[in-house]
Design a protein around this ligand. Structure first.
Ligand SMILES: [Zn+2]
Length: 422
């Protein structure tokens, strides 16, 4: 038998059989499964090397940028977005160096909607330009069409220039959720007719909620025929939910950064988005991305920007697969999917059942005794569990302490049995 074999069952669950141990992985279908939803067909634009450079601690030298780009490519993201080569001379050289790596991922750079920036960017070897109208309040300032002609004229020149070089082009506004909707839709309709590859919706200030996102993207989907890229800041903790809502409404591309680093407290994190998408389409996500490489890329970026991976991080946080309460531990040991929506093995992670605490249960202790190959009856396990609880009421015990206790208990039992036999 192959190590992991999946059987489709007619009750809508899939059975994952790993080393003979079966676990039921419930399939979570998107709530609104319709023709517009792109939940099962989306691309990641990984922006650690652009948005991530705007994180307070970030300073990436060329060697680090190359390492991060290679790690992201290895993970399997479809696009890597890097800082504008117009930002500084070193940024330009780094952009060229990354383009020369010959990665599978397409390389994009993020530039202002200005011919000066576009001229520099097209010479670096990038596959495409993410063009942004550079003033956050432009639509409010120019609302009701006053200076829309000027904006459209400038956008047209830049877009046609990029297209003449045979490169992909995305056109985006900033602060899309606080912009005048009529102006925004008119502008996007115009650039769509020019044949841009994508238009972009950006929640630059992190004010949007999933319902607003769904409505705006759904409206835009009815107006343009090109792809729709979305970018969500995480000021109120909605960045992953907003990305998911955008895909449900027909967005095609999601911007992420590793650990969510970016301006202020950042954007949709790569790992968190992957966790979300995995629950909707496990097989599709596993086919697209090398999930066991996630931890490596996160550790690489965490080290580069001198932060710790947060304890509650999606998938890789140190307690992401730790089960503690006795009732959870019992269920997990019988069938992991009772309290796990993500299978740690799919991400190269392992689950851990914590037992050295006052909430422990005898099933978890029994499992540990079996791992240590200590033969104890259920009655004996219950007895030693009481001992663990008594001690853990004073202070929690480490694994070694629990193991020592179990070994000592086992030794005493077996030697007293021997004494009785003699
Ligand atoms: Zn941003």
């Amino acid at each position: 038998m192959t190590e992991t074999k999946r059987l489709k069952k007619n009750d809508g669950t899939k059975e994952a059989v790993s080393n003979g141990k079966a676990s039921q992985i419930p399939v979570v279908h998107p709530r609104y499964s319709d023709l517009i939803s792109r939940v099962k067909n989306f691309s990641i634009i990984e922006s650690t090397l652009r948005e991530g450079e705007q994180f307070a601690n970030a300073f990436f030298d060329q060697e680090t940028k190359i390492k991060i780009a290679k790690a992201l490519d290895e993970f399997g993201v479809e696009y890597i977005e890097i800082t504008s080569p117009a930002a500084s001379e070193q940024s330009r050289l780094d952009c060229i160096a990354i383009c020369n790596l010959g990665l599978k991922a397409k390389i994009l750079t993020h530039v202002r909607c200005h011919m000066d920036d576009a001229r520099i960017a097209v010479e670096t070897g990038v596959d495409g330009l993410d063009v942004v109208i550079g003033t956050s309040s432009f639509l409010r300032e120019f609302s009701h069409g006053k200076d829309m002609d000027y904006i459209i004229k400038q956008a047209t020149e830049v877009i046609k220039f990029i297209q003449s070089k045979g490169l992909e082009v995305r056109f985006s506004s900033e602060d899309s959720f606080r912009s005048d909707l009529v102006d925004l839709l008119n502008l996007y309709k115009t650039v769509d007719k020019l044949g841009v590859n994508r238009v972009g919706i950006a929640d630059t200030v992190g004010c949007a909620d999933p319902r607003q996102v769904y409505e705006l993207v759904r409206t835009l989907r009815g107006v343009v025929s090109c792809d729709i890229e979305t970018h969500f800041h995480n000021d109120t903790g909605c960045a992953i939910a907003n990305a998911y809502a955008a895909l449900e409404a027909g967005a095609t591309h999601i911007d992420t950064s590793v650990l969510g680093i970016g301006e202020r407290n950042g954007i949709t994190p790569l790992g968190g988005l992957v966790a979300r998408m995995y629950t909707a389409d496990r097989e599709g996500v596993m086919a697209k991305y090398k999930l066991d490489k996630l931890r490596d890329v996160e550790n690489l970026v965490a080290e580069a920007v001198q932060i710790q991976v947060p304890f509650n991080n999606y998938i890789t946080g140190y307690c992401a697969f730790t089960h503690k309460a006795g009732i959870h531990a019992k269920a997990i040991l019988n069938n992991p999917s009772t309290y796990e929506i993500l299978d740690p093995h799919d991400f190269g992670m392992t689950r851990y059942v914590s037992i050295g605490h006052r909430l422990t249960g005898w099933n978890a202790v029994k499992n540990r005794a079996q791992q240590l190959d200590l033969a104890l009856s259920d009655a004996e396990i219950k007895e030693v569990t009481q001992q663990i609880k008594q001690l853990a009421d004073i202070k929690p015990l480490g694994v070694e302490e629990v193991d020592t206790l179990l070994r000592k208990f086992h030794h005493e039992k077996t030697s007293s049995e021997k004494a009785e036999d003699d």
